[in-house]
Design a protein around this ligand. Structure first.
Ligand code: S3P
Length: 169
């Protein structure tokens, strides 16, 4: 089975959109961690944060990562904070190359639907700070950094090219 393609990056950077394009391009299933958690819990991420707290959400994320990292041939779109825990991102990295979708954080915030995102409720400055705090983390786990200024199709095309050339010789 081919290796997974793992997408990381800040909320709103386009992981789900790019993941959908890649899933179509490679005819593979998309595993979007937020969507899978919501489906399994029957509850929106926003409500999990509100009712059970962030720590509980992170443990659901961790459990899911362990499961997905045992599979191959997936496009995995990770929640933005998933690499906060080494135990969550490390097994996924072993399952396939990690691509960091690096989109300008100001542009990201300005186009973000903050309503379903509990960690984007404290305004633009807080969002920019959170991005800066996470940069070292995203950089540490990324095999490739994909600049997203050209939009999701361009990002998807670049990932497709890299993946096809390096991982599907
Ligand atoms: C989070 C990002 C969200 C979601 C949760 C926490 C984060 O996913 O997992 O709200 O910590 O950055 P998206 O990146 O898909 O918005």
């Amino acid at each position: 089975m081919p290796q997974n393609i793992v997408l990381i990056g800040m909320m709103g950077c386009g992981k789900t959109t790019v993941g959908t394009l890649l899933a179509r391009r490679f005819n593979r299933p998309l595993a979007d961690t937020d969507t899978l958690i919501e489906q399994r819990q029957g509850c929106a991420v926003r409500d999990i944060f509100q009712n059970c707290g962030e720590a509980h959400f992170r443990s659901l994320e961790l459990e899911l990562c362990r499961e997905l990292s045992g599979q191959r041939g997936l496009i995995v779109a990770c929640g933005g904070g998933l690499p906060l825990r080494d135990e969550a991102i490390a097994p996924l990295k072993e399952s396939g190359p990690v691509f960091w979708l690096d989109r300008d954080p100001g542009e990201t915030y300005d186009s973000l639907d903050v309503s379903g995102r509990p960690l984007a409720q404290s305004g633009r400055d807080d969002f920019l700070r959170r991005y800066q705090n996470r940069v070292p983390l995203y950089r540490r786990w990324a095999d490739y950094i994909i600049p997203c200024g050209g939009g999701p199709q361009a990002a998807s095309d670049l990932i497709s090219t890299i993946y096809s050339e390096v991982f599907q010789p």
